[in-house]
Design a protein around this ligand. Structure first.
Ligand code: URA
Length: 368
């Protein structure tokens, strides 16, 4: 197995951060090149920044109900190019069916899409050829757990240069419900472009950087014929849906409507166009892993007009397909560029060790 990052490299990286840099542009390029160097092997496969993993007898991806020795992860996932994530299992199942149709992927006769992580009772995962569709739950802790295991899955499966895209919902600020919003920068509750972690009692920040080129490419795939707007802007990520997003309609509210409106206007002045609850952790962990990533959400309401999400169910359903359509256009484009659009064949997951496979299933079920 190829080596992961050494402690010297980790030290190097800290020194690199501590040194300071002459220009922000150069700093960004240098940092990106550095992250790429320590997170990729020369063939593009994912290199982990944790040398403990390769020393382990097996790595159980507990919340996915998968394991490095119970499952043949290379056989099952080695061809994955796109990891699409969204909040709910149902949305990701719908997306899996949608993308299957859109890229013309054919399952072998007599088979159907299955939730690969069903036995975890936590997250859902569907595989459609090179596209993995995974639910991440609500809020940053849930996304964080999934991201650790998805990044490790990319490593174990020897995936080459995977792209991660979050497909979500959000509250718009000054934009109408149904607008598609591509995140340019993810900001935390204090408008910092980073995610705060507490590790061994220490507070650290990791840059919540998304791939700007990918964001522009996604935007370029919106069409003048789309009966809705697709925009790029900054996204505020909060730890709560109610007080944390300045809503007046939670179980508690100790601020006035004027306070709320002043806050939303301040956000607007900063270029914030939407609020959700996952983008900073998603951006921080993909960036730390050197994975190209984007966030595409649809606004469920304009927060300048109210707090309640009350659009009719059918309307909401149609709105939620909009980010999926954009992401599907991107996937089709990339597959077509690589001549892969017409030659997709289904793969069934293979079990390397039935005994260990059973143990992983039982372990996950025991903690249901
Ligand atoms: N998701 C959020 O986090 N906030 C909203 O207002 C809507 C969806």
């Amino acid at each position: 197995m190829p080596p992961t990052i050494t402690s010297n490299e980790a030290h190097d990286f800290k020194a690199h951060y501590d040194r300071g840099h002459s220009s922000p542009l150069k700093e960004n390029e240098e940092e990106d090149a550095y992250v790429h160097r320590i997170t990729r092997y020369s063939d593009g496969t994912v290199k982990l920044r944790n040398s403990n993993i390769e020393l382990m007898d097996q790595d159980i991806l507990y919340h996915l109900a998968l394991g490095s020795e119970s499952h043949d992860l290379v056989e099952m996932f080695g061809d994955v190019k796109f990891v699409c994530m969204g909040g709910t299992p149902k949305r990701m199942e719908n997306f899996a069916h949608f993308i299957m149709e859109d890229i013309g992927y054919k399952l072998p006769a007599g088979t159907q899409l299955q939730d690969i992580s069903a036995y975890s009772y936590r997250y859902s995962m569907y595989k459609v050829g090179p596209v993995l569709c995974v639910s991440h739950g609500m809020g940053t802790p849930s996304v964080s757990i999934l991201m650790h295991e998805m990044i490790k899955l990319m490593y174990h499966a020897k995936c080459k240069d995977p792209v991660f895209i979050r497909i979500g919902t959000c509250g718009g600020i000054g934009v109408e419900g149904g607008t598609v919003i591509i995140t340019e920068d993810a900001l935390d509750g204090q408008l910092r472009n980073s995610h705060e972690f507490t590790i061994l009692g220490q507070t650290i920040h990791r840059p919540a950087k998304l791939d700007k080129k990918l964001a522009r490419e996604l935007k370029s795939l919106s069409s003048a014929d789309d009966p809705y707007d697709t925009i790029i802007g900054k996204t505020l990520c909060t730890n709560d849906f109610y007080e944390g997003q300045g809503r007046l309609d939670g179980a508690f509210c100790e601020f006035s409507e004027n306070d709320k409106m002043a806050y939303l206007e301040k956000l607007q002045e900063h270029g914030v166009v939407n609020i959700e609850m996952e983008s900073t952790i998603f951006a921080a962990l993909t960036h730390h892993a050197g994975i190209k990533a984007a966030v595409v959400c649809v606004a469920l309401l304009n927060r300048l007009n109210g707090d309640q999400v009350n659009a009719p169910k059918e309307v909401m359903h149609e709105w939620q397909q909009r980010p999926q359509i954009l992401v599907s256009r991107y996937i089709r484009k990339i597959l077509a560029q690589h001549g892969q659009l017409k030659s997709l064949f289904g793969h069934q997951g293979s079990i390397k060790s039935p005994r260990r496979f059973k143990l992983v299933q039982q372990e996950s079920q025991a903690h249901e």
